[in-house]
Design a protein around this ligand. Structure first.
Ligand SMILES: Nc1ncnc2c1ncn2[C@@H]1O[C@H](COP(=O)(O)OP(=O)(O)OP(=O)(O)O)[C@@H](O)[C@H]1O
Ligand SMILES: [Mg+2]
Length: 252
């Protein structure tokens, strides 16, 4: 199983949009995907239309249930989810920056049955706090969505630095799988410049695929459907299909 944390401490970067729609696009290719919602905002959980999520992943922290016990089916082919809930922000405050708290998620991932999922995608909150640290210690790959806006660029260096620190001290297997330009609008020079700057700074780490600004992507959460089911011919659906292909292509 490939395990990928989707992180960027900047709010509104496209993390949840990427987690949900990449999962659905991989599912379309007969891949089995487990989405883990690590964000107290529970946006991915809502997007998949999970009602009564219970405490979701918070139960890892407060009742020490197994991750497998928290997995819920979704309506989307190939995709299951460990939901989040607002409970998570309270539980986060009880967690200390010690070995036991930091490795809680990693231990729960190691206890998952082997071979059940091809991918685990972890949707992280917009901070580099202890929940994101748990995600980064429990996975081997990081995907960094970046909104195509100048303000977003300095944040990418900070994410890279955090990943390096974690790799050095707590998870030597961690690698950046890719930086993903999101909300790209080629009609504006500004947006084109930001994508160019990303490519010159991070080179091959930047995915060839760019996710364009697409209103259908912004509408899809309210419909409770990933973009491939909401509007399969939309630009957003094509972009996430391309991303899924690029990610699967990394395996050959
Ligand atoms: N390609 C896109 N085209 C149009 N709207 C988009 C696109 N990607 C994301 N959005 C919109 O931008 C907003 C932020 O996106 P999203 O929720 O995916 O970011 P996030 O990084 O998960 O945010 P948070 O940090 O709050 O968790 C949402 O309203 C979403 O619908
Ligand atoms: Mg989000």
């Amino acid at each position: 199983m490939r395990s990928i944390a989707i992180i960027n401490q900047k709010g509104g970067s496209g993390k949840t949009t990427t987690a949900v729609n990449l999962a659905a696009a991989l599912g379309e290719n007969d891949r089995r995907v487990l989405v883990v919602d690590m964000d107290p905002q529970a946006s991915a959980t809502h997007w998949f239309g999970i009602r009564n999520p219970g405490r979701g992943i918070t139960d890892l922290i407060i009742t020490q249930l197994r991750l497998l016990d928290l997995v819920r089916a979704t309506e989307v082919a190939g995709v299951a989810i460990v939901p989040a809930s607002a409970w998570l922000s309270g539980a986060e405050k009880t967690m200390a920056w010690d070995g036991a708290s930091l490795t809680m998620f990693q231990r729960s991932v190691q206890a998952l049955p082997r071979g059940q999922w091809d991918y685990m995608l972890v949707d992280c909150p917009p901070s580099l706090g202890i929940l994101t640290a748990n995600a980064l210690i429990g996975v081997t790959e990081v995907l960094i969505p970046v909104e195509a806006h100048h303000m977003a660029l300095p944040g990418v260096d900070r994410v890279m630095a955090s990943v390096e620190t974690l790799k050095k001290h707590l998870n030597e297997k961690l690698e950046v799988t890719g930086v993903l330009a999101c909300r790209v609008d080629h009609r504006t020079r500004h947006s084109r410049e930001v994508v160019q700057e990303l490519r010159s700074r991070y080179g091959n780490l930047v995915f060839t695929t760019e996710v364009h600004e697409n209103v259908r992507l912004a509408e899809a959460p309210a419909a409770g459907l990933p973009i491939n089911l909401y509007d399969r011919l939309s630009r957003g659906a094509r972009d996430y299909r391309d991303l899924a292909n690029e990610i699967m292509g990394q395996e050959s």
